[in-house]
Design a binder for this molecule. Structure first.
Ligand code: NI
Length: 249
């Protein structure tokens, strides 16, 4: 079963969402939308409620750090009881653009990890240029989940796996200049879930086109080549991983 475990679907990016979703479901079986601002949480849940095979993870992205109030955190907790919500995220740390708010980012991250621990829900982690702090923070909580858009070394991959996490692998594995295939080859299928992160990161050879879940087979095919496993196995094992982690019906 092919599952896009992480994408963003919003009117801001797509002109005709219904058509995009119809085309996506010709190629994938299930889709998990990541709603990572209050506005996106509302919009993603609305889409999921109209589609049996669409689920959502919800949480405040680190780029929301200046905007999230206590009320917004209560809103998040309330929405977690919705049947369509299968995880908390994407949440995490992003030190790429901003260097002066690390403490605030960690505080927001910890509040959401603590919610995930309390509700026993998996988390979807965004970590950019912040590997050490991400690992140190995660270690304080009893949580498991996905390291979304993983792009680190084999050593880092193994640390996350030993902590019970899966790696979210997307279009980057198809890029000619990326070494991510070496990580995938080394760790194998048991700790991988597929994702597009659309509308970003369209896989090769479609770069420049707008990404969507319909490109999941391109990513699965590349993983099949790299791991030397049949395409059907890639689909089955990564699909089973996602179903188990997010408890999809
Ligand atoms: Ni994302």
């Amino acid at each position: 079963m092919l599952i896009d475990t992480h994408c963003h679907i919003s009117k801001d990016d797509y002109d005709d969402i219904e058509k995009i979703i119809e085309d996506d479901f010709k190629e994938v079986d299930k889709i998990i939308i990541s709603g990572c601002s209050k506005k996106d949480i509302i919009e993603s849940l609305d889409i999921a409620e109209k589609n049996d095979n669409i689920y959502v993870t919800i949480g405040y992205h680190p780029d929301q750090v200046d905007q999230v109030s206590d009320e917004d955190l209560l809103f998040l907790e309330e929405k977690c009881s919705n049947d369509k919500v299968v995880g908390i995220g994407e949440i995490g740390l992003d030190y790429h653009y901003v260097d002066d708010n690390h403490d605030e980012q960690i505080a927001l991250f910890e509040k959401q990890l603590s919610l995930a621990e309390k509700l026993k829900m998996p988390v979807v982690i965004h970590s950019r240029d912040a590997t050490k702090d991400t690992i140190d923070t995660l270690k304080k909580y009893k949580v498991t989940g996905v390291i979304h858009a993983f792009s680190g070394s084999i050593e880092t991959a193994n640390i996350y796996i030993s902590m019970g996490f899966f790696l979210g692998i997307g279009g980057v594995v198809t890029f000619k200049n990326s070494k991510l295939f070496e990580v995938v080859k080394s760790i194998g299928l048991d700790y991988i879930v597929l994702e597009t992160d659309s509308p970003y990161l369209t896989p090769h050879p479609f770069r420049g086109m707008q990404n969507s879940s319909k490109y999941i087979p391109v990513i699965a095919k590349r993983i099949s080549e790299v791991t030397k496993q049949p395409y059907e196995e890639v689909s089955k094992i990564t699909g089973d991983n996602a179903i188990k982690l997010f408890d999809l019906k």
